[in-house]
Structures are given as structure tokens and as C-alpha cells.
Design a protein around this ligand. Sequence first.
Ligand code: NA7
Length: 534
Amino acid sequence: MSTLEYDAVVIGAGIAGLYQLYRLREKGYKVKVIEAGTDIGGTWYWNRYPGARVDSQSHVYQYWFSEELNNEWSWSERFPTQPEQERYLNFIVDRCDLRRDIQFETRVKSASYNEDSLRWIITTDTGETFSTQFLISCGGMLSAPVKPTYPGEEKFKGQMFHTARWPREGVNLAGKRVAVIGAGATGIQVIQTIASEVEKLTVFQRTPQYTIPMNNPKLTDADRNAFKKRFHELKEKVLGTYVGFDYDLDPRSWAELSSDEQQQALEEIWADGSLQFWVGSFFEMFVDEEVNKVISDFVRKKIRQRINDPEVARKLIPTEYGFGLHRVPLETNYYEAYNRDNVELICVKENPVEEVTESAIKTADGQVHEVDIIIFATGFDAATGALTRIDIRGRGGRSIKEEWSKEIRTTLGLQIHGYPNLFTTGAPLAPSAALCNMTTCLQQQVDWITACIEFLKSKEKSEIEASESKQDEWVAHHDEISKSTLLAKTNSWYMGSNVEGKPRRLLSYIGGVNTYHQHCRDIVENDYAGFDLR
Ligand code: NA7
């Protein structure tokens, strides 16, 4: 089979990959997007489980490249469902005629850099070979699912699904006995949605979450028009805030408020029913244990009020870590699900799963939980998984998988020293790895990458690579900020602790989207100082 030649190959047709295709094609490059799924959407293609919904407000979770398209689209809710997100992305793809440059049902297996031709050679599971000057990973920060395996699992006669591999045709859960394993953001959405539909729901929870009740009104024409009028303002604003939303951290210091004022401030942002209570409140929450404790107690009290059985409340209310140190899910009637007679909660730390039989899950206390369907909502190999599942070889045959099995390092999450002309989005050590309204950060990274490629062209250069010293400098800066936070002291997927053997480092840059954006701009303004051009 002959080698297919491109200027740029983009891995993944999700939010970042689609936008990267749009931008590079607009500049006249020959681009191919390689996508494992049968259709576009990335996260919003794969995660089609019951109750899947975005946790960012629709008016800031969207593309900003066309006011015209923005005016044509109408969001129905403040926090849209997965089907609506998917429809929106299809609308963009169709209007921009992006599909013709996307190859579906193709997974990139390997990518190796040829130092003589200065090109990446890519192989796929379809047996094709692509050659490209630029390789751009848009494979998602939460796209490599992780799933525990249990003794006896292969004998199970019912159905098993990971939420991130939910079948397109759906699954009939009505009247079934269902187990949900994992109660993070995804598990919570599944549980609250299916509890009233299934005959019996057994939840196997390892770590309880702090949550915020979602305030999700239907949008009126007046709401939509008000947001549309603010298109340019919002587009600018999201890049200048701490986590890429249109709200920002409270400018007041926690200490300057009296205890009553603190409680009042918390009540006010709690009422907004969004992630503002987490990433748009008091920065001290992330660094000061005392402040974190007050806020954690506030949330614990809110949760406790909604659960009838004190023993169930004990299991559902986090005590081992503080509020905001894990990704905080939004929920709707989640706790009320546990007040139902058909829902049972098992804490696997107290009562582990011992085995799966033909028809049941057996726990250490000897109980046999008969189930027809097992749903794994057990998360992802975050930020690194999208890259380490591909055999990527840079200069001298060095491998990202091997290097990151020892230490996870990048240059602003945009390039990796040793891998020229490889650009990454949603990768470690950038806010887009986890601490960002994703559309904000992914578009910002794609714009940076596009400008970088254009810069190379204008200088008549063929290759760009982050120097070792630039990367060292960024890693040191990242660590300095992250080490001052409580997140770095807490086990969570933010620290890689959900994947055995994963080296510990805060995956996401926590200095703020605004600060990160400034660092990216500084590089451009300084003609890419710290990057080697050839
Ligand atoms: P998460 O947030 O990683 O949640 C997965 C949950 O599954 C988490 O609470 C895990 O517990 C739990 N888990 C993992 N393995 C097990 C086993 N063996 N038994 C029981 N529970 C287990 O992934 P989500 O898909 O919910 O959310 C990902 C992101 O999507 C979310 O942050 C948003 O950005 C959208 P642990 O905490 O590791 O003890």
C-alpha cells in the first residue's frame, strides 16, 4: 500500500481535532484527521451513556471562530445533554464541510519521526501508512478508559459496558438488575438517571465525591439572544479567567470576610448551581487547609440534608479529602436516588468485590448481588493515556510511553522535548489536561499550534522542537505552583493515582488559564525563544 502524504495529520475528531482541521485547512495545508470512532464528536461521541451531560454552561462551551454559526445555533438548556452536544458538533462539521478530510474507523498504532526526511511516519490498524510534516494529537484528555478486572468476570452471562464505550444503539435497562461500578462524575450522571427505570440498582463506590446541585433551566429566546449579543465579549473573557469560564475567582481574600460573610458568600455561589462554587470562588480553598475545611463542611451539610438513612449518608459524604481537590461533579437528584428502595450502596473499600459469577457480583461480606448488567464508570488514564496507547517514537527512537512511565514531562502541554513537529492538546502540564472549561483551552491550544506552524513557514523552517531547557523551565514552574496546593497532596486522577504505577505529578497546570495563555503569548512574542528551529 502506498504512503499517503500530508502537511499535518491530526489524531481525533473531537472538539480540538475538528477545530484544528478547520484552522489548518483555512490556511491552505493538506490535512487528514484520523478517528477511531465511526463518527465525529470525541468525548461526545464515545460517552453516550444514560444521563451524559456537559458540566459547563452552553454559552461558554462552544466554538468561537464564527459569529455567524453561533447566531444560527440555539442551545436548549444551560447544561446540554450529550445528544445535543453531538448535534452541535455535527452542525459545525456539516456547515464547514469538515467530514471529507476525516478518516473514520481508523486507529493510529504508531508514529515515528524520521530525522532525515523530517517527517512523521504513521501506521494505523487499517494497515495504512501516512507521512506528515506535523503530527497533532487531539486524542482527548479523558479518552483512554480504565476498567478493573475481577476474578470470574469472563463467566458473566449478562452484559458489561464501560460508560465511555456505550453502544450507539443504546441499552435497554428498564426492569433490569443493574450494577454501577464507580461513582465519579460519570457514575453520578448514570445513577441519578437510571435509578427510577431499573428494577434494582447496586452501586459499588470506592471514593465518594463532593457535588454541587446543577441549576439547569431551559433557555428562552431572550436568554439565547442575550448570550449571542455578548459573543465577542465572552470569547475574550473566557481566556482571561482562572478556569476558562465567564466567571472568575472571588477577588476578595477569604480572611478579609467575617465568618457570617464567608457563609453568605458561599450560599450565593452555591445558588448559581454551576462549577462556580468550585473554580469561581475562593482560591484559598486550593491551598489553605483551614479554609478548605470550612468549605468542605458547608458542602457536607448540604449533602447530609438530602439523605434519609444516616448510614447511607456516612458512606456518601467524603471525609478523607477536602472539597475541590477532586473534579467536582454537578448532580440532579443524585442523593435522592439513594432514598429509593430499589437502590443499594456498597462501599468497596469496606466491602470489596471478590468475584463475578455467571449472574452476580460477590462481595467480601458474603453477599451475592444478582445482576443482569454491569456498568463500569471507572474513569480514564487521564491526560497521558491518549498518547501512551500509541507507540510514538521521537529522535533516536525515544518513546513517550517509556519516558512517561518514569516521569511525565511536557513543554506547556504543547510540545515534548525529543519529539520535533509533534504538537499536543489536552496533554499533561497545561490547564486543558483537566482544570479548564475544555472548549476554551482546546481552542486556545489549537490557535497557538496553528500560529506556530505558520511562523515556521514564514521563516522557511521545517522543524520545531521544545528545547530541553525550555521544558525543564516549564516543569519547574508547574511543580512550584502545584506543590503549594492541596491537590498535590490528595489522591485522585488529577495526580495519576487511579492508574497503578503512573508517576505522580499534578496532570493539569493550576496557575490559571489566564496565566497559561500569557505564557503561550510570551513565546510567540519572543519569536519562539526556547524552541529549536531547523
Ligand atoms: P472518574 O472521575 O475517574 O471517576 C471514576 C470513579 O470510579 C472514581 O470515583 C473511582 O474511584 C471509581 N473506581 C475506579 N475503579 C473502581 C473500582 N474497582 N471499584 C469501584 N470504584 C472504582 O471518571 P468519570 O468518568 O466519572 O469522570 C471523568 C471526567 O469526565 C470528569 O472528571 C469530568 O471531567 C467528565 P477512585 O476515586 O479512583 O477511588
